[in-house]
Ligand binder design. Sequence first.
Ligand code: J2J
Length: 540
Amino acid sequence: WIHVLDGCTPWPDELAARYRASGHWRGETFDRLLRAWARAHPHRTALVHRERRLSYAGLEAAADRVARRLAGLGIAAGDRVVLQLPNIPEFFAVFFALQRLGAVPVLALPLHRRSEIVHLCRLSEAVAYVVPDVHQGFDHRELAAEALKEAPGLRHVLVVGDPGPHTPLDGPGTDVPAGPDDPSDVALLLVSGGTTGLPKLIPRTHDDYAYNVRASAETCRFGPDTVYLAALPVAHNFALGCPGVLGALHAGGTAVLTDEPDPDAAFALMERERVTATALVPPTARIWAAATEWAEADLTALRLLQVGGARLLPEHAQQVRDAFGPVLQQVFGMAEGLLNYTEPDAPQDVVLHTQGRPLSLDDEIRVVDEHDRDVPPGTTGRLLTRGPYTLRGYYRADEHNATAFTADGYYRTGDLVRRTPTGHLVVEGRVKEQINRGGDKVAAAEVEEQLAHHPAVLDTAVVPVPDDLLGERTCAFVVPRPGATAPGRNEAAAFLRERGLAPYKVPDRIETLDALPVTAVGKTDKKALTELARKLAAGG
Ligand code: J2J
């Protein structure tokens, strides 16, 4: 058959056959899934946001309305649409409308700004961009106006709320032609945390992502009584499908959407909705744990507290466990695929000291040295993986794919792990040049490339510095051009924001150097710089 989307790498036939034979890939598509859920239990509550409650039938009707609207604008099967919405029901109305049409959502994060959005629009050749009017003080309509200028393929900006100069998402439409309905098609494109100059896109097929969601929901014991709180952005893999909102819907449960992860607001919502499961990054989990000391909200419905996205130190895991009881689950996941969960009934020691075990029996794991040779069992090495829901190539990135994967299709995660005798993984560090800012991923190369545009900057290198709350923050070393003064932190920050970089990628510290240290082979010595940054930060 013909694939709707080119620029993606399919699984080899024999592996695809194995994943089908094991029952992982069931030929489901997200459009058919929503229809099946709405038929099975139309009146149950699917989504809650503030005072709004949407039943499964209501969600399906909302998706149908948006599908008609998009069809009326000429959006059709195979088209890409950049979706940048916060945690509101419209996110899912648009998501499932695109599934209806066979169009592909590109899931931009709410904090992405002009630099990322223009890049995502261009890379995906998106025909439309869906935004809120104003979110957390930021006017997305202005960003959209710039995207229209800079991304030539973009034809429509659709706005949830006051459209300004653009098109309202609400409005009349036309009949929707039957979509392609092929489970091996790409269902969505996720944004990678990134290691290179510009963010990469991760194609996820219906088969692979439906499995990701279903298997996660089973492992996490989601059921019809699950009430999942999405406090992380639903555009991110964790809150979307691990098991996330889609997992709650798959299980016939309810998803509660919020953008306010501060404990006062979240705890009140958890009490009101009797939330049973939620997912957090480590810094938020620690803030919540501290808040239980004085908060009076009734959180007794909570059965699962997932923490992932960055390393949770054992002492912090202990604090979370002490505060919430035996509901903690560690999650080591990636938008590229592989998910590791500590089992809900795992011994304390496993929950406190490991980042979980691969979700699927067909997840293949290798732990190797720098020459791709397996290291002895129990020692730390680089994690390689392939499996039924791990990508085989980034979207339209042949050159990058040549090094990001082994010849036999293993994805090089860039993470350093150790495997325990029970098969659980412990994340010990990373080899990729990425800073993990409390779960927000910053590609050093992307920030370096942007800083290099500053007229006073000759050379630059971005490295992590330890931080008590976030785990890491970013430090940029800058070498000024001869005769120029290197920009200070505020000037650099203003410059990078002006260039449209997402705020969490703006360096937390700037240090000036006469020259960057180099290794024996003449490359920037990031190890030395990381050490220097650590010392400078410790010194004040
Ligand atoms: C250490 N590092 C971790 C952990 C992710 C669930 C949970 C997280 C993500 C995610 C996700 C870690 N300890 N527990 O998509 O579905 C770092 C690793 C990894 C990278 C992936 C999900 N959990 N990490 O964080 O695509 O370095 O996905 O390779 O944003 O985060 O980042 P991302």
